[in-house]
Design a protein around this ligand. Structure first.
Ligand SMILES: Cc1cc2nc3c(=O)[nH]c(=O)nc-3n(C[C@H](O)[C@H](O)[C@H](O)COP(=O)(O)O)c2cc1C
Length: 260
C-alpha cells in the first residue's frame, strides 16, 4: 500500500504508525532527508546573504557609500611604467610573431587623437618579413658609442614603423608620442619589451619597405635581456644613461623637482 506522508507528520504518532503500516520506511526517510537538506540550504543561503550585506555595509562605513570598488587584476599602471624601459638587447630565441605586433598596434584605435584625425599608419616587420632592413638602418645607444649597441646576437628582430598620412606637424607628433607609449605599455603587459627609435635612415627605410608615407618613428619589440634600473637625480645632474657592472642605469629627475 502506498500512503502519502507529510514530512510534518513524520515525528508524530500517526506518522510512525503509517510508516510501520505501509512498510515504506526507506522512502519516508529519503523524504525526510530531502526536506532537511532544503531547510539547511535555505538557512545557509540566508546566512551568506547576511554576511555579504555586512561586508558591503562595513565597506561603505569605512570608505563611504557610492565609491567605486577597485578590484585589482593584473599589473598596476605604475608597475607597467617602471618595467617599460628602453631595451637595446634582446633574446634571439624569442621570435616575435606578427600576431603579437598586431595586438600591440591594437591599442591604437582607443587613443586620443588631435581633432580625432587618426593619421598614423603602422608597418609591421618580423624576422621573416623585412626586420633586417630596419635593423641595418637604425642607431641604438648613441650616448654609449664605445659599446656599439646592440651587442652581436642581441639585435631586435621585430619593428613597428610608424608613418603619417599627412605631413608631420605638432599635433601629429603628439599623436605619435601617445601611440608609441601606449604600444610599449601593451608590449610590457604582454611580457615583451621595446624601445622608441628616432635615429634611423628615413629615406632608405621608406624606399626599401616601399612605404606609401614618410616614416616618422620606429618602435622595436622583443624579449629584453638587459638589466635596467632607474636612479633618482636632481635636475642639474647628468641625465645621461650609463652602464656599470652589467647594469644599465637610467637617471630620472625626482617628482618633487618636476612639480613647479
Ligand atoms: C622620441 C624618442 C626617440 C628615441 N630615439 C632613440 C634612438 O634613436 N636610439 C636609442 O637607442 N634610444 C632612443 N630613445 C630611447 C631613449 O634613449 C630612452 O627613452 C632614454 O634613454 C630613457 O630611458 P628609458 O626609456 O628606459 O627611461 C628614444 C626615446 C624617445 C622618447
Amino acid at each position: 500500500m502506498l500512503c502519502r506522508v507529510s514530512p510534518l507528520d513524520i515525528g508524530g504518532e500517526r506518522g510512525v504508525r503509517m510508516i510501520i503500516e505501509s512498510g515504506k520506511l526507506k522512502n519516508v526517510c529519503l523524504v525526510q532527508m530531502a526536506f532537511n537538506l532544503i531547510l539547511y540550504l535555505c538557512i545557509f543561503k540566508k546566512y551568506l546573504s547576511m554576511a555579504d550585506n555586512y561586508l558591503e555595509k562595513r565597506y561603505e562605513e569605512v570608505f563611504g557609500a557610492g565609491r567605486t570598488k577597485v578590484k585589482r587584476v593584473g599589473h598596476t599602471l605604475d608597475e607597467l611604467l617602471t618595467r617599460n624601459r628602453s631595451y637595446r638587447g634582446y633574446n634571439k630565441n624569442y621570435v616575435v610573431k606578427r600576431e603579437e605586433l598586431e595586438r600591440i598596434v591594437g591599442v591604437c584605435n582607443k587613443l586620443p587623437s588631435a581633432r580625432n584625425q587618426q593619421v598614423l599608419r603602422f608597418r609591421l616587420l618580423t624576422r621573416d618579413t623585412g626586420a633586417d632592413i630596419v635593423l641595418h638602418n637604425i642607431k641604438l645607444g648613441a650616448a654609449l658609442p664605445e659599446l656599439h649597441l646592440p651587442f652581436p646576437g642581441t639585435e631586435p628582430e621585430a619593428f613597428i614603423v610608424i608613418c603619417s598620412t599627412v605631413p608631420e606637424n605638432k599635433m601629429v607628433d603628439i599623436d605619435l608620442g601617445i601611440a608609441m607609449q601606449s604600444m610599449l605599455l601593451k608590449a610590457v603587459e604582454m611580457g615583451l619589451n621595446g624601445i622608441v627609435i628616432g635615429a634611423f635612415n628615413k629615406g632608405e627605410i621608406e624606399r626599401a619597405l616601399e612605404l606609401p608615407y614618410e616614416p616618422l618613428m620606429i618602435v622595436a619589440i622583443g624579449k629584453g635581456t638587459e638589466k635596467i634600473e632607474l636612479t633618482t637625480i636632481a635636475p642639474d645632474e647628468s641625465h645621461a644613461y650609463y652602464r656599470k657592472e652589467g647594469i644599465h642605469y637610467v637617471p630620472k629627475v625626482s617628482v618633487k623637482d618636476l612639480i613647479i
